[in-house]
Write a protein that binds this ligand. Sequence first.
Ligand SMILES: Nc1nc2c(ncn2[C@@H]2O[C@H](COP(=O)(O)OP(=O)(O)OP(=O)(O)O)[C@@H](O)[C@H]2O)c(=O)[nH]1
Ligand SMILES: [Mg+2]
Length: 191
Amino acid sequence: MDIVVGQRVAPQVIFAGPMGVGKTTAMRAVSGPEKLEMDVRSLEANQEMRAHGKTTTTAGFDYGECSLPDGRSVVLYGLPGQERFELMWNMLTPGSAGIVLWVFGDRADGGEICAAWLRALARRHACTRLVVAVSRLALAQRDEGVRAFAALARHFHPHAAVLAADPRAPEDVMQTLAAVLSAPAARFLAG
Ligand SMILES: Nc1nc2c(ncn2[C@@H]2O[C@H](COP(=O)(O)OP(=O)(O)OP(=O)(O)O)[C@@H](O)[C@H]2O)c(=O)[nH]1
Ligand SMILES: [Mg+2]
C-alpha cells in the first residue's frame, strides 16, 4: 500500500518567529514520523546558538503531523525565520487555521522582534487564531514576561493568547497547539 502523507481534514497551524527561536525544535518535539525538514548549514547561526548545537537554518519549511491528547490531529508548518526566505511566508501563512508565533523572552529587543513579526503576519493573513509563545523566560520572570507580550500582542490581535513555552518540551508545544485551536479567530488590527 502506498504511504499517504497529510490529513486533509486536519487544521494547519503555522509556527512563525525569528531565526533560532525554536520553530524547527518545536515541530520535532511533537511530530510523529511523517515529517519533513529543509534545514541547511548556516553562517548566520550565531555563537550563542552554536553553543546550543544549532548550526543550521530552515531555508524552506518544516512539515509535521501531530496528534493531540484529545485525539485531534494537527498539521504543522514551520516557517523559515530569515526574511530572505519570505517567499515561504507568503505561500504558507494565508492558508493556515492558526498561528503560533514563537518569540525570545530573554532578549532586550524581544518585543521589537515580536512586533515586526506581528506586522509581517498581519500583512499576509487577515483573520486568524493567534498564540504568542514566549520562550526562555526564567520562572521568576514568567508572569511579568507574559503580561508584557500580551499587552503588545493585543495591539495587533484582539484575541491573541500569550503563554510561556519551551520549544524543546513536547508538553509545552502541545499546550500551544491546544491554545491556538481553541482561541477565537479574529482580524488583525492595524498595529
Ligand atoms: N537554552 C535554550 N535553548 C533553547 C531554548 N529553546 C530553544 N533552544 C535551542 O535553540 C535552537 C533553536 O533552533 P531551531 O529550532 O533550528 O530554530 P528555528 O526557529 O527553527 O530557526 P530558523 O529555522 O533558522 O528560523 C535549538 O538549538 C534549541 O535547542 C530554550 O528555552 N533554552
Ligand atoms: Mg527552523
